[in-house]
Design a protein around this ligand. Structure first.
Ligand code: SF4
Length: 386
């Protein structure tokens, strides 16, 4: 694609015209970086109108209930095979304790995530969600994902709609987009041969959306996929979204190379990441929110995503173990995220799971100063002031 061709396509996309997959690939490969960012930012501003000056974050806690997993994804540094001496399972009491601690620190959302434990059928999840829901009714349970639905269906001998409906009835509000990794068939089979196919991941999400359980969609870049396969991943999600409208946001991040079987032989660069964020903003005319990842690409690049189409920086995570196990060393806190947003020219706002603004930090003099118990510091991201 020549630069005059790409500028014409960028202008159309910034105005809201739908990009074809071929156009998206052409832009991803060869549009000048800053022109790409400008177009994505123009699209974001048009999309958000009166609230385009705001960038959002959420306070949540990832709670991992087990690291025991039968799926053995090659990029994963978190899991342990069944019977491994380092395998563990958290009790319901411990999960509830962590939920209570999160609420005290301002969390509005819990993400329960864990391995595919061979003994965990639908009853384990129902009991756990019911216990959280009855103890902490205000917490949004944005948890699990399509992979867990497939696993539970297999363990319990149920179909997908039944698993989803029972999880929802037990208290699950929405599915996290984890487990998408890359949906395109060839690279997915190479990095996660025992996981469900990308088509099945989407089928579960489409079923969930039809049953009133919305979700996010994610993308883990950098495990050896081609540029065309990256764009195909976006296409697969956009096609489902055309039918359901159930993906609230798109969240790309980068593969972390430590302690896993892929051994970091491939990795997405920062510029590839920024290009993907911008193309995603232009390509997804049917997904409202786009989250930049600071956990995997760093705070400075996370801040830059706000100029490449992102409207949200995701979570001040009170705890995260899965991506951190694979080498994500970046740490942040609420004060720092607020600062990143301000110095990107945005007004920071704390949001809830549904992207409602809970607190708009429109006066820097009133910015919160956070304090967390010291035991968080060793295993978790802190809320201490920068
Ligand atoms: S990514 Fe999830 S499903 Fe895959 S091995 Fe790790 S814990 Fe298991």
């Amino acid at each position: 694609m020549s630069s005059s061709d790409s500028q014409a396509v960028l202008d159309r996309a910034a105005d809201g015209d739908r990009l074809t997959p071929e156009e998206a690939l052409g832009l991803y490969r060869s549009a000048p970086l800053h022109a790409l960012g400008r177009a994505a930012d123009a699209r974001r501003r048009a999309l958000f109108g009166d609230t385009a000056h705001i960038a959002t974050y959420i306070i949540d806690r990832n709670i991992n209930y087990t690291n025991v997993c039968v799926t053995a994804c090659k990029f994963c540094a978190f899991y342990r095979a069944p019977k491994h001496e380092e395998g563990w399972v958290r009790s319901t009491e411990e999960i509830l304790r962590r939920c209570g601690e999160a609420i005290e620190l301002g969390a509005t959302q819990i993400m329960l995530q864990g391995g595919h434990h061979p003994d965990f059928g639908i009853e384990w999840y129902e009991e756990t969600f019911s216990a959280i829901r009855s103890t902490y009714p205000s917490l949004a349970l944005h948890s699990l994902g399509a992979s867990e639905v497939v696993h539970i269906a297999r363990v319990s001998g149920l179909d997908f709609p039944t698993v989803i409906a029972r999880l929802h009835a037990a208290g699950l509000d929405s599915f996290a987009g984890a487990g998408a990794e890359i949906l395109t068939e060839r690279p997915r089979a190479a990095i996660a041969p025992l996981k469900e196919t990308g088509a099945m991941w989407l089928q579960v999400m489409e079923t969930a959306h039809g049953l009133g359980v919305e979700s996010t969609a994610t993308f883990m870049m950098g495990t050896g996929e081609t540029n065309a396969e990256r764009i195909e991943h976006l296409c697969m999600i956009r096609d489902v979204q055309d039918r359901t409208g159930g993906f609230r946001s798109f969240i790309p991040w980068t593969y972390q190379p430590e302690n896993n079987h892929l051994k970091g032989q491939t990795q997405a660069s920062v510029l590839e990441y920024l290009r993907l964020v911008a193309v995603a903003r232009l390509f997804f005319d049917n997904i409202r929110h786009l989250q930049g990842s600071w956990l995997t690409v760093g705070k400075e690049v996370g801040q830059l995503t706000l100029h490449y189409g992102a409207d949200d920086l995701g979570s001040v995570m009170l705890e995260e173990n899965v991506v951190s196990s694979a080498g994500a060393r970046h740490r942040s806190n609420r004060s720092e995220l607020i600062h990143l947003m301000r110095t990107a020219g945005r007004t920071p706002a704390q949001r809830d799971t549904l992207y409602n603004h809970l607190v708009v930090h429109d006066d820097p003099a009133n910015d919160p100063v956070d304090v967390v118990p010291s035991h968080f510091a060793s295993t978790a991201l802190t809320l201490e002031p920068a």
